[in-house]
Write a protein that binds this ligand. Structure first.
Ligand code: HXC
Length: 522
């Protein structure tokens, strides 16, 4: 071996040693501690996410410049986060994965720079970012510099919003402002279990300030966020499940806002009858039914990725394919609150509609709602502001919009589920549809107030007027005569008709007045 070759060998060996050190993160003990909590390491998680052998790590030698509080002696390669890109089902995806074994995965200047760098590259090439969060939050030793770092990450989240899909997996703690980067992304997947939680203020401070005693899980566990706060879109049983959900979600999304969502030949014929679908809807419109049963039967192979499955269940949103094309479905579910729209349902739907519009995903509305929810609770909390979001989101959306009125469609909620004047491209109705300003009972009491007061038998009078009202409006034909419905269709034809409508609307172009941005009610 020549002298130079020997030197090169040494250099390469040195590089290998350094990489080995970087790959060990915080070292064996910390990795053991991580595993003992049932958590995987940052690199183990990335290995599950990416197609085998495709992950390219960058900035693995980066480390903090801070020296305060002995940080100069605690410096670690990677600075608590692993960053890079790879392939997920053959498509380029960027990722950062916080490494709790290094300085508790805390965010300092370099850690933030690494995440920002991933975002810069992802934005340049138009590829999604998956962020795996497992961190003690702002690195206390780096003081205001750490906070500045969060500002940098938040800004990148916002710059990327509507340009590339952003998915967060909550795989550890997130306290204080650290929760806001996940909140600024499109979807949060959170893992069930004691090791995973997120809150703005933890149990200790909650107790001091409010005297309220609450556990970590009851304050900010995955179940709470998936069912009560609506912060979490997908509840994962474990780490592997969280990664699987992220991959499944990515399979419906375009890589960026300039692309169409990925077509997939599902083998499910576009023109098949939707067998027995009419059996799902009770003809007695007071009886609830599970709208998801209709969705499963209409979409390709019954595959529906429901978003916010456990929150605001009176409205159902999620992704599916029809004849191979990705669609976003917004549907009412009368099994919850009789499918009336409340604040949470409106927020849930509006955010989903805006995501679909940003990423060229056509919207299908399946309608069965008696209206917005009445009462002081909702009025005081601002159902006017929140309900307006759905109207705004549908009116703003330029993607193909197809509405199928399955059963009830009353009042403001009729409009909020997307009608022609709001911008729906096509509106269909089943023969079971009922379309009116308000339900029969309320309508009669308002229209015939004086007559009811004067009547010798008000109950009988009301009954008779309700029957007349129902005869007029408890069907789709009155609205169809006025040209408000494009066609009344047999339930079994729903899939075929949606598939042809999507095909026809494929090249739809719709423009809006130029503006800096709209001002959606919040
Ligand atoms: C520096 C931190 C840290 C932090 C944890 N560590 N949080 N170091 N700054 N914020 C270190 C610990 O000292 C420890 O170091 C290692 O990370 C692992 O932490 P442990 O406490 O041993 O782990 P665990 O018992 O699992 O507890 C995890 C934890 C706890 C619940 C996250 O560490 C904790 O409460 N940390 C503080 C959380 C916090 O208040 N962060 C700031 C939030 S405010 P060694 O050397 O022992 O391994 C914020 C502002 C953002 O983030 C503002 C944006 C707008």
């Amino acid at each position: 071996m020549s002298k130079e070759e020997k030197t090169m060998d040494k250099l390469i060996q040195e590089l290998k040693n350094m990489k080995e050190k970087a790959y060990q993160g915080g070292g064996e003990d910390k990795i053991k501690a991580q595993h003992s909590k049932g958590k995987l390491t940052a690199r183990e998680r990335l290995a599950l996410l990416f197609d085998e052998g495709t992950f390219n790590e960058i900035m693995s030698f980066a480390t903090t410049r801070a020296t305060e509080f002995g940080l100069d002696k605690m410096k670690m390669y990677g600075d608590g986060v692993v960053t890079g890109w790879g392939k997920v089902d053959g498509r380029t995806v960027f990722a950062y994965s916080q490494d709790f074994t290094e300085l508790g995965g805390t965010l300092g200047e370099m850690h933030a720079n690494k995440i920002a760098r991933i975002y810069e590259l992802a934005l340049k090439v138009g590829a999604p970012v998956v962020g795996i969060n497992d961190s003690g939050g702002a690195r206390i030793q780096e003081g205001a510099v750490a906070l500045e770092g969060y500002g940098q990450v938040f800004k990148m989240n916002v710059m990327a919003s509507g340009v590339i899909p952003q998915i967060t997996i909550m795989a550890g703690p997130a306290a204080g402002g650290a929760v806001y980067s996940p909140a600024l992304t499109d979807f949060i997947i959170m893992i069930k279990g004691d090791a995973y939680y997120m809150f703005v203020t933890g149990p200790e401070i909650t107790k001091v300030v409010l005297g309220e005693e609450v556990s970590f899980q009851d304050l900010g566990g995955a179940v709470i966020h998936a069912t009560k706060s609506g912060v979490v879109h997908f509840l994962a049983e474990n780490e592997q499940d969280a990664i699987n959900i992220a991959k499944r979600l990515l399979s419906y999304l375009p890589s960026n806002n300039m692309e169409e969502p990925p077509f997939m030949d599902t083998g499910d014929p576009a023109d098949r009858d939707v067998k027995d679908v009419e059996q799902i809807v009770p003809t007695d419109s007071a009886k609830p039914f599970d709208m998801k049963e209709i969705i499963y039967r209409i979409v390709d192979n019954g595959e529906f990725l429901e978003v916010h499955k456990h929150w605001a269940q009176n409205i159902v949103v999620g992704f599916a394919r029809i004849a191979g094309n990705v669609v976003g479905i917004v549907a009412n579910n009368s099994q919850y609150l009789g499918a009336a729209i409340d604040i949470d349902a409106a927020d849930k739907a509006a955010r989903f509609i805006r995501f679909c519009d940003a990423f060229n995903i056509p919207l299908i509305s399946l309608v069965d709602t008696p209206g917005y929810i009445p009462g002081t609770d909702q009025e005081y909390k601002g159902i006017i502001r929140h309900g307006a979001k759905m109207l705004y989101a549908f009116a703003e959306a330029t993607v193909p919009k197809i509405t199928v009125i399955i059963r009830k469609s009353y009042g403001g909620a009729h409009i909020a589920m997307s009608i022609k004047s709001l911008g729906a491209d096509l509106v269909y109705a089943w023969p079971t549809a009922e379309i009116a300003v308000t339900g029969p009972e309320g309508a009669v009491r308002i229209l015939y107030r004086k007559e009811i007061q004067a009547s010798s038998n008000p109950d009988e009078f009301i009954k008779q007027k309700i029957a007349e009202y129902r005869k007029l409006f408890a069907n789709p034909y009155w609205a169809a005569e006025k040209g408000l419905i494009d066609d009344v269709i047999e339930p079994k034809d729903t899939r075929r008709i949606i598939a042809s409508a999507l095909e026809m609307l494929r090249n739809k172009r719709e423009y809006r007045y130029p503006k800096k941005h709209g001002n959606i009610p919040l």
